[in-house]
Design a protein around this ligand. Structure first.
Ligand SMILES: NC(=O)c1ccc[n+]([C@@H]2O[C@H](COP(=O)([O-])OP(=O)(O)OC[C@H]3O[C@@H](n4cnc5c(N)ncnc54)[C@H](O)[C@@H]3O)[C@@H](O)[C@H]2O)c1
Length: 371
């Protein structure tokens, strides 16, 4: 496809959004032609980095008024549905950052908008594209673990610095400095329930298990940062349609090295990903004469894909998201993580917050396919 025919991409939000602005320029069939951010310095940086004839906009509506095929929504999580629906209603295909949103009502609006417009929507859940996640999936599909009855996921990442605009505290600034900073300069992350940011771990587990969550009980710790800031950690217990239990822990403000962690326990064996200083994945299968865990050299990278993929963020996953979204438009095939799967990853976190508000009581998780 020549550059004249390339799918034209506009990107909203030029921090995380820069990843996709760059990735869509590495594909021959897509070209980033517009970028948008309220912050003029970010626009300038984006235009310099892209080194192309892309145009910069400070107003989203103005970017949407230009000739675009795809809009990437990488604004703050509470605004995702608002921005996605505006793009869908203007006839664009939408690649949305995670989570899909943090409000159930807005999630319902998104589903309705995708249904009404018939445009493609994909949730950019990059962790589903990790090589070892696909390997776990293969192990489960071949039956090596037997029936998987229980799974766990964790995402721990000290992002206190992102609680403030323009990162204007040093990385090692203490809790007191954070509290004393003007409230008006806090970002959407400062009071985001950690469990709303569960898709990086729940998404892969649901793909591995081919399942969805149907109810949740959850609890939160106090905030580590003080009044008006999010709880430090939140933990949810999900029951799935397949009868499994999944435990999910998210934590974003305690001083410790970050990690994602996954565990699966089945009737024939178990799997665990590296945690803390461990470097290898661990597999135990009862019928295979293993005395204890076997170390597995599985990689975060997906082996398929060109070298360009490996250079992209998150072990190459960001390239694969861009590639697959472009392909589903070019070949008019279903979106790889469509709006309903996006809801399967996102709505359990929204319901977990409701459970926390009700002292940990069980809360049913609606299937928005049935709306
Ligand atoms: N998948 C991943 O690995 C990953 C990594 C980081 C962030 N994210 C997600 O990406 C999204 C963005 O994250 P971030 O850290 O870049 O957030 P951020 O808040 O730091 O940046 C968002 C940017 O969008 C701009 N923006 C917001 N609303 C706008 C509007 N109406 N008009 C113009 N500009 C607007 C802001 O000025 C800001 O520069 C979030 O939803 C986050 O959850 C995903």
């Amino acid at each position: 496809m020549s550059s004249r025919q390339a799918l034209k991409v506009g990107v909203l939000g030029l921090r995380r959004g820069m990843t996709f602005a760059t990735q869509f320029n590495t594909l021959p069939e897509t070209r980033t032609v517009a970028v948008c951010d309220q912050d003029s310095a970010r626009i300038e940086h984006a235009l310099n980095t892209l080194g192309s004839d892309a145009r910069g906009f400070s107003e989203y509506n103005e970017m949407l008024a230009t000739d675009l095929d795809i809009v990437v929504v990488a604004s703050g999580a509470p605004d995702h549905v608002l921005h996605c629906c505006q793009a869908l209603e203007s006839g664009r295909h939408v690649l949305s950052e995670v989570p899909a949103d943090i409000s159930l009502d807005r999630c319902r609006e998104l589903v309705a908008s995708v249904r009404k417009t018939g445009r493609k929507y994909m949730l950019a859940e990059n962790c589903c594209y990790w090589g070892f996640v696909q390997e776990y999936r293969r192990q489960v599909r071949t039956g090596r673990l037997g029936d998987v009855l229980y799974a766990e996921g964790e995402y721990l990442h000290d992002v206190r610095r992102l609680y403030l605009e323009n990162l204007d505290l040093p990385k090692d600034a203490g809790f007191r400095a954070l509290r004393e900073h003007p409230k008006s300069r806090r970002t959407w992350r400062a009071d985001l329930h950690p469990i709303n940011y569960l898709t990086h771990d729940l998404g892969p587990l649901l793909e591995i298990l081919d399942d969805r969550c149907v109810s949740v009980c959850a609890m939160a710790t106090a905030s580590a940062c003080g009044e008006g800031f999010a709880p430090a950690a939140e933990v949810a217990l999900f029951k799935t349609a397949g009868g499994r239990v999944i435990k999910l822990l998210t934590e974003f403000s305690l001083p410790r090295p970050s990690h994602h962690w996954f565990a699966l326990m089945g009737t024939k064996g178990s799997l665990e990903s590296p945690r803390g200083p461990a470097t290898k994945h661990l597999l135990y299968c009862e019928d295979e004469n293993m005395e204890s865990w076997s170390e597995m050299a599985w990689s975060t990278r997906l082996l398929a894909g060109p070298a360009a993929a490996w250079k992209s963020g998150h072990g190459g996953a960001d390239w694969h998201i861009s590639r697959e979204f472009a392909d589903c438009i070019l070949h008019d095939t279903p979106s790889p993580i469509d709006v309903f799967r996006a809801m399967d990853y996102t709505v359990p976190g929204i319901c977990a917050v409701r459970s926390i508000e009700q002292g940990g009581a069980p809360v049913p998780i609606p299937d928005l396919r049935e709306d």
